[in-house]
Design a protein around this ligand. Structure first.
Ligand SMILES: *Cc1c(COP(=O)(O)O)cnc(C)c1O
Length: 407
C-alpha cells in the first residue's frame, strides 16, 4: 500500500482507521499453500481471533480457507460470513460444557483440551467425533535450545496423559478424529517445531480413527526490516516429507491442518492516526496521536513492535520521537523512534496492524473504536463504520434517581 492511498483513506475516514490490504492476505495464504504443495489434503483454518471482521472472514472463505474459532460467537460470525459449520474448528479453553455442546449441535468440529470435558462430552455424546488438543511440553528456549517441560501452560492435554485419554475413549466409546497442537509462541527455530511434531506423530499413532492432524500455528512474521521470520518454505519441505512417512506408517492419507492468524493478516494491516500535539520535554519529543491503548493495545500489553511512519512528510529529515496516545494512562506506542520530522496534524501509520489490533480495541475514556477499511481491487471498502454516541450508550440503562427506588 503506498502513501497516497493511505493519505486518501485517512482523508475519507477523518479519524483513527484500520486498513487491510486484501492482496497481501491473499499473497500470504498462497505462500503457505505453496510451501505445503506436496500435501494432498492440506487445510488452512484462519484463526479468526486475530481479525474477525465478517468481510475479512468472507474474503478468507473466497480464498478457500476454513476457520479456527475459540468462542461460540466466533463460530456464529463464521457462519454469518458464509462458512459451512464443517469448515469451522472450535478450540475452546476453559469454556463450559454447555457452550461446547451448543457448538457441536451447530455442526462445527470440536477440539477438546481438558480431560474432564473430554470425559463429560464423550459420555453424553459418544456419536460426535472430537479432536484433542495435546500439550507436547515443548517451548523454544532461546536460540535453538529445546526445553521440554512447559508444564504450566493452561492449554491442551498433557502428552503424559494420553493413557488417560485412551481410557476415556474406551469407556465412552467416543471417536477421536483429530490430534492437535498449538504451542502459541513464535516459531523462531524450525527444529523446535519439528521436535514438537514428532511428539504429536507419536501420540497420533495411538488413535485408530484419525482424519486429520492439526499443527496449529505460531508462524512468526517480521515486524521491522531485518527481523527474523519463520522460514515457511523450509518448514514446508521438512514437515511434508515427515508427514508422508507418518501417513505410510499410519496406513491412511490424513489431512494436515494449520491455523494461522498473524501470518495471514498481520502485515496486511495499517493503522492510521493523526498527530494532535508535538510536545517537547526535557528528555524527549512526544508525538501525541488521536488514539491510545483503547485502539491498539499490543505494545502496552506485551511489548509488540509496530513500525511507525509519517506519511505526511515521507522524505523529511528523521528525528527521534516518543509516540504516545491521548488516553489518561501511560500509552506509549513507540519509544525513541526515528521518524521523519513530525508537525501537528500529520498522519502517522502503524504497520503490522492486521492481527490482534482491532479485535482488542475497546471504548476506554469513552472514545469510539476506529473504523475499518478493506483495500480490495483498488477500492477502499468501509467494512466497519466508526462508532457514534448512540453505540456508546446502546446497552446502558439510566436509572432515574428522581423516582423513589426500591420501595
Ligand atoms: C490464537 C490461535 C491461533 C493463531 O495463532 P497466530 O500466532 O496468530 O498464528 C491458532 N490456533 C489457536 C488454537 C489459537 O488459539
Amino acid at each position: 500500500m503506498n502513501d497516497s492511498i493511505l493519505q486518501n483513506i485517512a482523508q475519507q475516514e477523518g479519524g483513527p482507521t484500520y486498513i487491510y490490504d486484501s492482496a497481501k492476505i491473499k499473497q500470504q495464504f498462497e505462500r503457505l499453500q505453496n510451501a505445503f504443495h506436496g500435501i494432498k489434503n492440506l487445510r488452512i483454518n484462519y484463526a479468526c481471533k486475530a481479525l474477525s471482521n465478517i468481510s475479512v472472514l468472507s474474503f478468507m472463505k473466497s480464498l478457500g480457507s476454513g476457520l479456527d474459532t475459540v468462542s461460540i460467537q466466533e463460530v456464529k460470525l463464521g457462519i454469518k460470513a458464509g462458512f459451512e459449520p464443517k469448515e469451522i474448528i472450535y478450540t475452546p479453553n476453559g469454556v463450559c460444557l454447555d457452550e461446547i455442546e451448543r457448538v457441536a449441535k451447530m455442526g462445527a468440529q470440536i477440539n477438546i483440551d481438558s480431560l474432564s470435558i473430554l470425559e463429560q462430552f464423550g459420555t453424553k455424546h459418544p456419536e460426535v467425533p472430537v479432536c484433542i488438543r495435546i500439550n507436547p511440553h515443548v517451548m523454544a528456549g532461546g536460540n535453538s535450545n529445546i526445553s521440554v517441560g512447559h508444564i504450566d501452560s493452561k492449554f491442551g492435554i498433557s502428552i503424559h496423559q494420553i493413557p488417560h485419554v485412551l481410557r476415556i475413549v474406551e469407556n465412552t466409546n467416543m471417536t477421536i478424529n483429530g490430534v492437535h497442537m498449538h504451542t502459541g509462541s513464535d516459531i523462531l527455530d524450525i527444529e523446535v517445531f519439528l521436535y514438537a511434531a514428532e511428539i504429536l506423530f507419536d501420540a497420533a499413532l495411538q488413535f485408530k480413527d484419525l482424519e486429520f492432524l492439526d499443527f496449529g500455528s505460531g508462524f512468526k512474521v517480521p515486524y521491522y526490516e531485518g527481523d527474523i521470520e519463520t522460514n515457511i518454505e523450509e518448514l514446508g519441505e521438512k514437515l511434508t516429507e515427515r508427514f508422508h512417512r507418518f501417513c505410510t506408517t499410519y496406513g491412511s492419507d490424513l489431512e494436515l491442518a494449520f491455523e494461522p492468524g498473524k501470518f495471514l493478516v498481520s502485515e496486511a494491516g495499517y493503522f492510521l492516526t493523526k498527530v494532535n500535539a508535538v510536545k517537547q520535554t526535557t528528555s524527549t519529543v512526544f508525538a501525541q496521536v488521536d488514539s491510545g491503548f483503547n485502539h491498539l493495545l499490543r505494545p502496552m500489553l506485551y511489548g509488540s513492535h509496530h513500525e511507525i511512519r509519517n506519511i505526511s512528510n515521507p522524505g523529511g529529515k528523521e528525528r527521534f520521537y516518543t509516540v504516545v496516545g491521548y488516553i489518561c494512562e501511560t500509552d506509549t506506542f513507540g519509544n525513541n523512534r526515528k521518524i521523519a520530522e513530525i508537525t501537528e496534524e500529520d498522519i502517522l501509520v502503524f504497520k503490522n496492524a492486521g492481527a490482534y489490533c482491532f479485535t482488542m480495541a475497546n471504548n476506554y475514556n469513552s472514545r469510539y473504536r476506529p473504523s475499518e477499511v478493506l483495500w480490495h481491487n483498488n477500492n477502499a471498502l468501509v467494512i466497519r463504520k466508526r462508532e457514534n454516541f448512540e453505540d456508546l450508550i446502546h446497552n446502558q440503562v439510566m436509572v432515574d434517581f428522581k423516582e423513589k427506588i426500591g420501595s
